[in-house]
Design a protein around this ligand. Sequence first.
Ligand SMILES: [Zn+2]
Length: 419
Amino acid sequence: MSDCDSIAGEVARLRARILHLKDEAGEALTLEQRQSAQRSLHIAELQLQVRERDLEACLSRENTLRDPRVFGFEVNQGLAEYELVAGKDTLFRVFLGVPPDVLAPPQVAAAAISDIVIDEPLFRTSRLDYASLSVTRPDGVTFEVPANLGSGQITNFSRSYNEYDNANFYVDGASLASPGHYEAVARFYREGSLVGSVSLGRHEFLATKDLRLLIVVDTWPMPVAAWNTLLGALEHVHRAFPVRAGIGPLNGVRRNGLRYEMEPNPFNPDFPAWGPLRQRFADFNAAQQTQGHPDRVEHILSVRVQQPGEPPRGGAASPGPGASVAGVVLNILPRGDLTFATLISQELGHNFLGSAHTPEPEIPDASAFDLVGRRSIRRPQSIMYGFFSGTPSEDGLLLPGDWSTIRQGLLATTSTGNA
Ligand SMILES: [Zn+2]
């Protein structure tokens, strides 16, 4: 057992003791008993702070990976800045590069450049065969996730955000189902031997609730192209919003973070007004109750197929009374395909964030990542930018503040989730 393991054991015991003392303080029969428990609790909390710092210091000393070089790490659900949400697919990424000693060998550094005859490569690459991430869940159970190491050949000398570089550990939302703290350590191997480890520390994953949606369409059956566009948009919402992993039907698996019902009856939203939508929404939830289904919807989305000769139109949203919220989106002819998903995400975003748009189109954050496509987003764009932004769907992300606000909005509903 290493030093760090024994400190970690002590930290776990202190956490258990704090829980116990909180119970004791809550159940105390006399004022004296309560004050005594609170004093003990205060001391235990101070001890915990100190030992947690010791543990962090110890783990950072144990970061023994030298070749390749470690440029840091992050835990990412779209932007590294997002607060983490339990149940969502997550990238644990260790940034790797070529060790500095091979960048400038001493004989090269000492000589003037013109004196060197280059008859061998100045730079070598660094190589890994295998890496594994140990993640310890809030309940103390540890599971392992193998890395995606790309080719295993590491050639970059500075931090790279390319999805083909680094050690990328893709962790399924289902493995991170419960809110709480998760602790992660990555171990790296070459030719069957452990060559180093990196502690990624302890990260809190917060509770969230599921987004439930009723979709009505003005044309039934819808053209196949329209279906594809709409389903792509749902994928986008599922990726970009702070919800659990999984898309499925309402009244289906209740773990899915996005659940929807699509009504196979042509519904005229009285375009361009949308008065009947609220009634439709209320009727639907009433029918759910009558039929004994536990699921309710919090949003209604009206999809109108753009008519021949009609100019492209945007969407609109209107937060309703209480949790009942209406969103309306138009335009599903191919002309709008590339931006349609952003449009839907923006209208649903308005239901949580109000009518304001973000002033800047771009999000200056190199960590931007699409966890569904498992690719780096090179030009991340704000979903909430502009009146009808035309933001390419594949580049769209929420700003960190909007992500948090939407999570709070979800938590305020009676939806299912892990809260
Ligand atoms: Zn808007």
